[in-house]
Design a protein around this ligand. Structure first.
Ligand code: 1HN
Length: 351
């Protein structure tokens, strides 16, 4: 006589028998699919510029910008190696262009931001208009616009690229084209987009030339820095963020790109911030000064000391708090606009 099979044997047999039909029981994975709170596979990480820079310069000897198309070292989340991702939805990399080089013209559905780290005088051309890059400038490449970079200056120029690559990959919506001409012809003088949209004014009969993306290609550091300095002097300090502003699409009041929000903040000397967590994982680029970030999630802790041009990532729903003895300025970007569009953005501020 056969003994009645145990429930677990019945189940194992069921799983084995239906496996060829590509069927999987939900009850084995349900809790992982809808966790009680976000459980990001990403980990916090820091890239110190002084340790990264030598490899960036070596890449300058190993390959030309032209051959590489884009000479970039990708900042990969240590928990997502091989995926070209710094969070599940965002890509970040450091791009080098040497004097005389051109990174040839192409376009893609992925949106890109640049944040200039080192050197000045390189340009990025978008849609027939060049923008000369200065350290601290935040520059946009809207989805599906022709863009190339060049360097007519005498110095190496390095910037942070932030793209929505993993997000577009998730939607299987990536398209790209290489231009037949390396360098697009200039059709507008430099500063045209800034004159049209950069002064809290807009052309009377304008449309939105780049859809949901800001028509302003460059947000100069000088302007952002002035605003932060002024607010630091005579406005109350936020206990979590110091003084923090978000960059705007002047035509909509929303984020500069539909997939990525960008921010700049200043922490005063002696700042000891409170902790917060939010669902949008964020990438930080240190502009000036020094500071520390404490990060905590699920009983694990991280502590990073950062200085100019260092980069770090705070993944979704990790509690972070800043402190700074001497003060600092931080640029950051995240996928917040997508969370907001989906109605799933959450933030908690601890006190
Ligand atoms: C890209 O087009 C740029 O235009 C930078 O500078 C990084 C990473 C992946 C795909 C396209 C650029 C990129 C990229």
């Amino acid at each position: 006589m056969n003994a009645t099979p145990t429930p677990s044997a019945v189940r194992e047999q069921l799983y084995r028998d239906m496996n060829p039909l590509h069927l999987t029981p939900l009850w084995e994975v349900l809790h992982a699919l809808v966790p009680p709170q976000p459980a990001s596979p990403c980990v916090p990480a820091l890239w110190q510029y002084e340790r990264v820079r030598p490899f960036l310069m070596r890449s300058g000897q190993a390959i030309t910008a032209e051959e590489a198309v884009r000479r970039v070292l990708i900042l990969e989340n240590p928990a997502l190696r091989g995926q070209s991702a710094i969070t599940q939805s965002l890509y970040a990399g450091l791009q080098l262009i040497l004097p005389g080089e051109v990174a040839p013209s192409h376009r893609h559905t992925q949106s890109a931001l640049r944040f200039v780290l080192e050197g000045k005088g390189a340009y990025t051309a978008v849609d027939g208009e060049r923008t000369i890059m200065q350290p601290g400038d935040f520059i946009i490449t809207p989805s599906w616009t022709w863009h190339e970079h060049g360097n007519d200056s005498g110095e190496a120029v390095v910037w942070l690229d932030g793209l929505d690559i993993p997000m577009i990959r998730f939607f299987d919506a990536g398209f790209a084209q290489t231009s037949t001409s390396h360098v697009q012809s200039v059709s507008r003088t430099e500063g045209t987009s800034f004159a049209r949209y950069g002064h809290n004014m807009a052309p009377v009969r304008h449309d939105a030339p780049y859809g949901a993306t800001s028509p302003l290609f460059c947000y100069p550091y000088e302007r952002s820095r002035q605003a932060l300095d002024r607010l630091m002097r005579d406005s109350p300090l936020d206990a979590w963020d110091g003084v923090k502003l978000r960059y705007l699409n002047p035509l909509s009041g929303g984020s500069p790109m539909p997939t990525m929000a960008t921010f700049m903040q200043k922490l005063p000397p002696g700042f000891k911030g409170q902790g917060w967590r939010q669902t949008d994982g964020a990438v930080y680029s240190v502009v000036e000064g020094q500071g520390q970030v404490h990060i905590e999630a699920e009983g694990e802790r991280w502590f990073f000391e950062f200085g100019p041009r260092d980069h770090f990532v705070v993944p979704s729903w990790h509690t972070a708090r800043f402190s700074s003895e001497r003060g600092c300025v931080l640029f950051s970007f995240s996928d917040r606009p997508v969370h907001q569009a989906l109605g799933i953005h959450k933030e908690e501020r601890l006190s």
